[in-house]
Ligand binder design. Structure first.
Ligand SMILES: Nc1ncnc2c1ncn2[C@@H]1O[C@H](COP(=O)(O)OP(=O)(O)O)[C@@H](O)[C@H]1O
Ligand SMILES: [Mg+2]
Length: 411
């Protein structure tokens, strides 16, 4: 029998080869990540450290100093120190959230996933690459900018009564720039704002700034914006090892959530449907207002109907958009435009009663309250009998409000 003897590499050479291989892999990895920095970091669950979240802020200020990034909070963040970042709070694959303070206000400084397709402002305004850097001093450029911002906002929200709501195109820009006075914008300010409004949460927050149940926005720098910091309702949840929040505090939050559901039926953008109702997306502000802190998935009726209508279907189960649900028309194999769920029903189901098996805000109530609340809550939370008959929203709202207010008085 013949045995072929493989020649072994000498130990030293083996070590050199391995080291070289590791170096090549490392360099390759570095090149890929440096090309694709922003995309890669959102592709999976990262920790704040892995995300190099703080480095993002250092880069933000470097870009501001170089004149490549703008916004009405850049100076406070990068130069005057009036915006102070303290901690990295959340670091999901889509979002980075820091906590901090801005002029004595507790804030979060957050950014969300960049949309897949973003048109460059230069292209939108048809400015050639060979042109000098455009500035707001150029009146033509500024006028075009104001028009395109207005146009983008109304298309993004499918809200074509925008002009009636605010008066003029220029006023949309003033709203987006709020609470800072709109002075002369640099090109960096304009292009950063343009990139920011591709993420529609910022637009909605600013257009709805007069609403009680929408958190205040304090401005932005690059793709980060500062919002009033609140205590999330997720923090109210209790486990066998964690005691529930005091009943009175839960009662107040529940009452204000009812108020929120009412306010959302009539807003400057018409009726709003919140399709991602969960304790982590709502919070209690310092002045005890309950606010919707994550409004990516909150839509006006027309936009909601357009979303629901799109897919083809064979059964009702295929006609939902997160929490917002319509029915399948099996003759046409098309989801109906009519939304079956409503905000109050989902709030009852996923916040007041329970959320993914976790006890809800009104669970573990004192026994006398529980007896009164249980039937109303289970009627409210039920997925059957949707859509509710006319008047049912008002009826359930009143019943819950009466029980909770009476409880509040007697506690
Ligand atoms: N204004 C805020 N105050 C306090 N915490 C916030 C605020 N905004 C966001 N957070 C925290 O960050 C988390 C993620 O933010 P969110 O806007 O819900 O992003 P996502 O769209 O990724 O869910 C929230 O669940 C909450 O814990
Ligand atoms: Mg969220």
């Amino acid at each position: 029998m013949l045995f072929s003897r493989r020649r072994k590499l000498p130990r030293g050479r083996k070590l050199v080869c391995c080291t070289l291989l590791v170096i090549v892999i490392f360099i390759f990895y570095q090149i890929v990540t440096s090309f694709n920095d922003e995309d890669v970091e959102f592709d999976r669950q990262w920790t704040c450290e892995e995300l190099k979240a703080k480095d993002r802020l250092v880069k933000l200020c470097k870009d501001f100093t170089n004149g490549n990034t703008g916004g009405n909070l850049c100076r406070d963040l990068c130069t005057s120190g009036e915006l102070v970042i303290q901690d990295c709070l959340a670091h999901k694959n889509t979002t980075i959230v820091f906590s901090g303070t801005w002029r004595k206000n507790d804030i979060v400084f957050k950014t969300k996933r960049r949309p897949h397709h973003v048109e460059n402002l230069e292209d939108v305004l048809s400015i050639g690459v060979s042109d000098d850097e455009p500035t707001a001093g150029d009146e033509q450029v500024y006028k075009k900018f104001v028009f395109h911002v207005f146009d983008h906002v109304q298309n993004e929200l499918s809200f074509f009564r925008l002009k009636d709501m605010i008066g003029s195109e220029q006023q949309v820009l003033e709203l987006l720039w709020h609470p800072h006075p709109l002075g002369e914008l640099t090109w960096a300010d304009m292009s950063s704002l343009w990139r920011l409004i591709q993420r529609d949460e910022f637009i909605k927050l600013q257009l709805l700034k007069e609403m009680k149940h929408i958190p205040r926005v304090y401005g932005f720098c690059g793709s980060f914006y500062a919002v009033e910091k609140v205590e999330t309702i997720e923090g109210f949840s209790f486990t066998p090892f964690k005691r529930p929040m005091p009943w009175k505090k839960r009662l107040n939050a529940a009452l204000d959530l009812l108020d929120l559901s009412k306010e959302f039926t009539e807003t400057p953008l018409g009726q709003l449907h919140h399709c991602d109702i969960q304790p982590g997306n709502f919070g209690v502000a310092k002045d005890k207002r309950v606010v919707a802190l994550d409004i990516d998935s909150m839509f006006g009726t027309k936009q909601m109907e357009d979303f629901l209508e799109q897919p083809t279907c064979e059964s009702d189960a295929q006609c939902d958009f997160f929490d917002c649900v319509s029915a399948c028309n099996t003759t046409e194999n098309k989801c109906s435009r009519k939304i079956l769920t409503n905000n109050l029903q989902i709030i009852c189901r996923d916040i007041l009663l329970s959320y993914w098996g976790q006890p809800g805000l009104l669970q573990r109530a004192p026994i006398h309250a529980q007896n009164k609340l249980s039937p109303v809550l289970s009627d409210c939370a039920s997925d059957k009998m949707l859509p509710w008959k006319p008047g049912k929203i008002e009826k359930i709202y009143r019943k819950l409000k009466t029980i909770l207010s009476e409880e509040l008085v007697s506690n």
